[in-house]
Design a protein around this ligand. Structure first.
Ligand SMILES: Cc1cc2nc3c(=O)[nH]c(=O)nc-3n(C[C@H](O)[C@H](O)[C@H](O)COP(=O)(O)OP(=O)(O)OC[C@H]3O[C@@H](n4cnc5c(N)ncnc54)[C@H](O)[C@@H]3O)c2cc1C
Length: 766
């Protein structure tokens, strides 16, 4: 393998100065490198000898990680890396958090390069400590592993550290970059061969390009041998080389017009010696400018040679990751821009993304696009694979399946921006991966809120395309009633804007059946003025369940629209059926709040009560992440009134114990003001959305089917019955006909079929 092009994507970059005498130099040079289109900037640790090139003297140097953080904050595109970051004095559990945090802040651009410490006298000890530190880092990043991290090493002891955060992307851990003695270098190589994703070569030679190439080839051969001995493919480990601006001639005046020889020499390092990352050190701005010219020529030369030789460009994943891959997915064809954030079953971050809030899954690949163009690429790629496709925004789907087994998940959680477009018209743009708790928090400083749901962890994408029945629904209607425009990626990859004036047919369908028509990549909403609100949690003795429900329904219907209430009941405990009512009054005036709540308080004996004036975001805050195994079992129906007959059947259901979670949400008020055919959400006459959740489908279905005559349809988001007849409950006749027309036109192959597909013949694929 040594002496060959390893096919790694070519990266050209610059090492940044860290002298305390000019603390702004690193950021200045990094910005310039980004402007010039270089791929990465590197900060070497002060004690890293860097061979002949680093030449960094520890005295008066700035601390490397701090410099990297400042550089990451001042740039947007360029990858930010360290070289030779020592672990003495940097506890690895703390460093793990620092690396992952910076990776999130920088949008997945961080590549840490570590080296053994130099404090201890024994190089073997230092290497042992580095090996343990790598285990600590990877253990801390395995956020979804059960329990805190416990690792009792000889050098590092971590006794129950809470894990996380995981880095924002499939971060590569590099080692190397220090020369030291031949033994120390060999030891470091052996460790790298076991654990590293990248290796900084230590071979530098001021005696000319030929000697340098020979030295690199020797070192590559040694690393390849170590990798083979460790059972790894040499292509799994990227190789980086630092070139000194002075000794290579790249920093001198002659570099202003680089000769063919320089380009030949650098291209040879890539094409003949397997180096994928070339970094210039000791450069000032003029030298950087010359290097950018050289870099462009090297890039062209390498691309042409690779095309001529048919070299496959990419990074080879480890044997363990490859072994865990699912059949039917061409992992080598993942579009370049998505590779860094894609998660495979063998990746450390897999446990965190495979399942959703209510469903367990084992997808073969989770793609995490960061913008609309990447969504288009991801969709095209996914369609070319022979496996199921799921679309995920916040992962709280009940009807919608946003994970799968062996398929691809297109996860939009990185697209979570919330942006105010126009203060005067209260127009905001929200990406689908945002959570409603985040939306509430972002809008509150403006004195605004957007009616959503009752749970801050739910995602924008799934809820806003289905309905959105929340604590402000009676006053402000559904979430989708506030939608003014959206950007949608259609099945064929085209990107369309939908609004009342643009693609109005799709705009109609997206509001209630968005999951059937495409992937919404941004929503534009008109939001409402909402200040602090009254929020009550009342627990009633509802043992006379039938009467309680009738009175509760009548009280809610009679309440002014500024009052919305949701009710939850479970089986009797100690002979008592308790009903928990959560009610929001859109007022910060205590007298108004009490006036609105008093009629409810009179319905039945109160077991507990709490009423507060709170900011809206306090009610729908973002909770801790949570995932499940299994499948939710729910039934759902829309009702105009809680009639005595419905109440009697509901009381029987609650007492049966078949549903530990029976919920009645207010779904009327302002929802009635919109004509039923104005959107694909058609159940406008209902005052209540009723849901029963259970563990036995057979038991729930038996009772619910017998109650079906009480309901006029069902709310898509809460239904999980897979029988085909449910489709007509979700979308009544004329709505379904119109949706089928849209489906034929925009998704004829039924790509988007995992949330009550409207395609003919009726096929409910959940
Ligand atoms: C705890 C909890 C509380 C809830 N409370 C409420 C509530 O108060 N009011 C209410 O109305 N609903 C509520 N729901 C239901 C919720 O609205 C739906 O489950 C919704 O689909 C979740 O959206 P998500 O983005 O988190 O889900 P995901 O699981 O990410 O997506 C669900 C489905 O929506 C579709 N989808 C997701 N993103 C997009 C997109 N960008 N473009 C097109 N289609 C997309 C896909 O079909 C996907 O399978 C609640 C759900 C839970 C679990």
């Amino acid at each position: 393998m040594s002496g060959a092009d390893l096919g790694h994507p070519l990266q050209l970059g610059v090492e940044l100065p860290v002298s305390a005498a000019d603390p702004g130099a690193a950021v200045r040079l990094a910005r310039r490198a980004e402007e010039l289109g270089l791929d990465l900037v590197v900060v070497a640790d002060a004690a890293d000898d860097g061979g002949a090139t680093g030449a960094i003297d520890g005295g008066g140097a700035l601390e490397a990680w701090t410099v990297l953080a400042a550089v990451a904050g001042a740039t947007e595109q360029v990858e930010v890396a360290t070289r030779g970051l020592r672990l003495d004095g940097r506890p690895p559990a703390v460093l793990a958090r620092a690396v992952a945090s910076l990776d999130h802040l920088a949008g997945g651009r961080v590549t840490p390069g570590l080296a053994a410490g130099t404090d201890g006298d024994d190089p073997d000890d230092a290497l042992d400590a580095l090996a343990e530190a790598v285990d600590v880092l990877r253990g801390m990043w395995a956020e979804a592993e059960p329990g805190p991290l416990v690792l009792e090493g000889r050098h590092h002891r971590v006794l129950g550290a809470p894990r996380g955060p995981s880095p924002a992307h499939n971060l590569a851990l590099w080692l190397g970059g220090t020369l030291g003695s031949a033994d120390a270098a060999a030891g470091a190589r052996t460790l790298a061969a076991r654990v590293a994703d990248g290796w900084w070569l230590g071979a530098h030679d001021p005696d000319g390009a030929g000697a340098r190439l020979d030295a690199v080839l020797r070192e590559q051969a040694a690393l390849d041998a170590a990798l083979t001995a460790a059972g790894r493919d040499p292509r799994e480990v990227r190789r980086g080389l630092v070139l000194d601006a002075g000794s290579t001639g790249l920093g001198g005046r002659e570099a202003a017009a680089p000769g063919v020889a320089v380009v030949d020499d650098l291209a040879a390092l890539v094409l003949d010696a397997g180096v994928g990352t070339l970094v210039l050190s000791g450069a000032d701005e003029p030298a950087l400018l010359s290097f950018a010219v050289v870099a462009a020529a090297v890039r062209d030369r390498v691309a042409a040679a690779r095309a001529a030789r048919g070299t496959r460009v990419g990074t080879v994943r480890s044997a363990a990751v490859r072994a865990a891959r699912a059949p039917g997915i061409d992992y080598d064809a993942i579009p370049g821009a998505l590779v860094g954030t894609a998660v495979e079953p063998g990746d450390a971050g897999y446990a965190a993304v495979r399942s959703t809030y209510l469903r367990g899954g084992r997808p073969g690949l989770v793609l995490r696009p960061g913008d609309t163009a990447e969504v288009v690429d991801a969709l095209a790629y996914a369609r070319a694979q022979d496996v199921p496709l799921a679309i995920r925004s916040g992962g709280h789907g009940i009807s919608g399946r946003s994970t799968n087994d062996g398929g691809i998940v297109l996860d939009l959680s990185r697209m979570a921006a919330i942006e105010v477009l126009d203060v005067a018209t209260r127009r905001v743009r929200i990406q689908p991966g945002a959570r409603w708790g985040e939306v509430a928090a972002a809008l509150h400083p403006y004195g605004w809120a957007l009616t959503s749901g009752d749970y801050g962890g739910v995602g924008v994408g799934g809820l806003a395309t289905a309905g959105g029945i929340g604590f402000l629904v009676r006053e402000h209607g559904l979430t989708l009633d506030h939608l003014r425009a959206a950007e949608v990626v259609l099945a064929d990859g085209s990107v369309v804007r939908v609004s009342a004036d643009e693609n109005a047919d799709l705009f109609w369908g997206v509001r209630g059946a968005g999951a059937n028509l495409g992937i919404v990549t941004s929503f534009e909403f008109e939001v409402d003025e909402v200040g602090d609100v009254g929020f009550a949690q009342l627990v009633f003795d509802a043992s006379d369940t039938e009467q309680f429900l009738v009175d509760y329904g009548a009280t809610l219907e009679a309440a002014p629209r500024d009052t919305t209430a949701f009710l939850i009941m479970g089986p009797p405990r100690g002979g008592i059926v308790a009903a928990q009512v959560m009610a929001m009054v859109d007022s910060d005036d205590p007298e108004t709040i009490i006036e609105r709540l008093n009629p409810f308080a009179r319905i039945a004996p109160l077991l507990q009560q709490q009423v507060q004036v709170v900011p809206y975001p306090a009610v729908v805050s973002v909770p801790q992440r949570h995932t499940s195994e299994g499948e939710p079992v729910t039934r759902s129906g829309m009702a105009e009134h809680l009639t005595p007959e419905l109440a009697a059947d509901a009381a029987r259901l609650v007492r049966s114990g078949a549903t530990p979670f029976f919920q009645i949400r207010a779904a009327g008020g302002a929802v009635h003001d919109v004509p039923a055919d104005a959107t694909a959400y058609a159940h406008r006459s209902a005052n209540f959305s009723i849901v029963a959740m259970g563990s036995s489908r057979r038991r729930i279905d038996a009772i619910w089917d017998a109650m079906a005559h009480h309901f006029h349809g069902t709310y898509l988001s809460f239904e999980t019955d897979p029988r085909p007849e449910r489709l007509a409950d979700v979308y009544p006749g004329p709505t379904l006909e119109r949706l089928r027309e849209l489906k034929r036109r925009y998704d004829p192959e039924d790509v988007f079929r995992h949330n009550y597909s409207v395609a003919e013949p009726p096929a409910v694929v959940l």
